[in-house]
Every structure is written in structure tokens, then in C-alpha cells.
Ligand binder design. Structure first.
Ligand SMILES: Cc1ncc(COP(=O)(O)O)c(C=O)c1O
Length: 275
């Protein structure tokens, strides 16, 4: 993102212990005059950041998702530790990933509010200008601005840019912008087969979909499908497939082709997928 010119204020919203990786990121940021802030949640991630030349961090706070982050009441001490080794603590982040797929809007809003109140209690001890949280499923539940006791200053949503069919179950207000394009390589009595399979798809959120057709099943190299109107596809037809989970799907590919309708505008390399 830094080398693509998007380096005004980037957040690496994850813990990194590997100093070599962090150093390589710091070097890239320097070359492109980019500002990168890194999440930390332990003395070890603070030490790695400081050693690698990272200058700015956010304290990652556990707001209910059992993944990264310190408990809210430990955030202040960790911030002090980061300051002691010369890091600038810009504030806190807390990812309420466990609430993204709660499809009941009022329950979700209430649970997100509780999570953000916990994040703000950590922020009181940590200080700084940033309270960063949220995702595509919860962006509407967040209040922007610190006047509200559950308010935040920035939203970490990412999937909204391309969307996937899992998030489309939500009325999240975004349209899908990503497809895989398969070719029909075999036609049976009642079905067609395209050359897109498990090796090309993140399947942890379920099978992909094809507009106007039923997906029967996916195998390593194939999707078996049948058009809803009873017709059969022809060999060589190009079929658009929508993934159920965008992030791990993208990470299985080397290049994304940016298109305007059916016209290819340019290829985008997916260069961070093995990082
Ligand atoms: C720490 C963190 N913040 C924000 C997000 C954004 O979520 P989404 O892509 O669902 O908008 C994620 C998603 O994995 C995440 O891990």
C-alpha cells in the first residue's frame, strides 16, 4: 500500500514478532515516505517493533474476540512500557470480529456498544488521538467521535471494498465487486463443470455462488453447477463465481484483474499473500 502511494497513514492492525519482517516494512515505508502504525499487545511485540525501527504503535485491546489484544485494564501499563522504549503510542484499537456476523441489528448494535465502552476504558488509561475498531459487519453500529462514551475515531473495515456473499447476507450497504471467472470444461446431462475449485476459493464461509444457477458442489479443481432455468451451459462458456469469503480467496491468487465491465483495465499483483 505504501508503494502504491497510499501511505499517508497506514495501520498494520496485527501483532508482528518477526523483526526482519517489521524492518522490511519500515524500510519500504521510508522509501515511499509512508507513515505506518503497528498494533502491539505484549512486551515482546513492543520490543520487536522498537528494535525494527517502528516509530508509532496502537495498543491492541481485547474487546471480546478471543484473539489478539490485552485486557482493557492492562492497556495503560503496556502503553507506558511502549513509551519507555521510545515508541509513540497513538491510541488503542479493538477488533470486535465476533460480532460482525450477528445478523440481528439491534442485538448487534447493543453488543458493539458494550465492546466499544470497554475499548474506551482502555483508551482513558492509554491516551492518544486514535480509537480504531470495526469492520464491514459492524460499521453502522459505531459512533464516530469521542463525545459519545462508546465513540471511536476510525473504522477498520476492509471487505466492504469488494464484498463477498457472506457479507451480502447482511444489509451492509455495499455491492459485490469481485468474481472469479471460470471456463466450462465439461457438460453433463443436467449440469456443467467449470475449472474453479477449492484450490481457488476460501471456503470457510461456505460454498461460492453463481448468479442464476445452483452450485451443487466444489472439488479440488471444479465447481459442478446447474442453471436454474434447466438449460445447459456450452463448453467454453465463461462463468462468474462469487466467493463466500473474500480475504482467503484473494490470497490464493497471484494477480487480480481490474475490469471496467468486460474491459481489463490493469492487473494488480497480490504481492503480500505469503507475508
Ligand atoms: C483486526 C481487524 N480489523 C478489521 C478487520 C476488517 O474486517 P472486514 O474485512 O470484515 O471489514 C479485520 C478483518 O479480518 C481484522 O482482522
Amino acid at each position: 500500500m505504501a508503494s502504491a502511494g497510499l501511505g499517508a497513514d497506514l495501520l498494520l492492525a496485527n501483532e508482528v514478532l518477526d523483526e526482519a519482517r517489521l524492518r522490511s516494512m519500515v524500510d519500504t515505508a521510508r522509501q515511499h515516505d509512508a507513515r505506518v502504525t503497528v498494533a502491539v499487545d505484549s512486551p515482546a511485540t513492543i520490543a520487536a517493533a522498537a528494535t525494527a525501527g517502528v516509530r508509532e504503535v496502537l495498543i491492541d485491546v481485547d474487546v471480546g474476540l478471543p484473539r489478539c489484544g490485552v485486557m482493557p485494564d492492562a492497556a495503560g501499563d503496556l502503553a507506558m512500557r511502549a513509551a519507555e522504549v521510545g515508541l509513540v503510542v497513538r491510541g488503542v484499537m479493538g477488533y470486535e470480529g465476533h460480532l460482525q456476523m450477528d445478523l440481528d441489528p439491534s442485538r448487534r448494535a447493543e453488543r458493539v456498544r458494550e465492546a466499544m465502552i470497554a475499548l474506551r476504558s482502555a483508551h482513558r488509561d492509554v491516551g492518544g488521538d486514535i480509537v480504531s475498531a470495526g469492520g464491514t459487519g459492524t460499521h453502522r453500529d459505531l459512533v464516530i467521535g469521542l463525545d459519545d462514551p462508546a465513540g471511536v475515531t476510525e473504522v477498520q473495515a476492509g471487505s466492504y471494498a469488494l464484498m463477498d456473499t457472506d457479507y451480502m447476507r447482511h444489509d451492509a450497504g455495499f455491492v459485490p465487486a469481485i468474481d472469479l471467472i471460470g471456463t466450462v470444461i465439461s457438460v453433463g446431462a443436467r449440469h456443467g463443470v467449470i475449472d474453479v475449485g477449492l484450490k481457488a476459493l476460501g471456503m470457510d464461509h461456505g460454498p461460492p455462488t453463481i448468479d442464476g444457477a445452483a452450485v451443487w458442489f466444489c472439488s479440488d479443481e471444479h465447481i459442478t453447477f446447474a442453471p436454474d432455468d434447466g438449460s445447459l451451459p456450452r463448453l467454453g462458456d465463461r462463468i462468474r463465481v462469487r466467493p463466500a469469503h473474500l480475504d482467503p480467496t484473494v490470497a490464493r491468487h497471484q494477480v487480480m484483474w481490474l475490469v471496467d465491465g468486460d474491459t481489463v483495465v490493469e492487473p494488480w499483483p497480490i504481492d503480500m499473500r505469503h507475508w
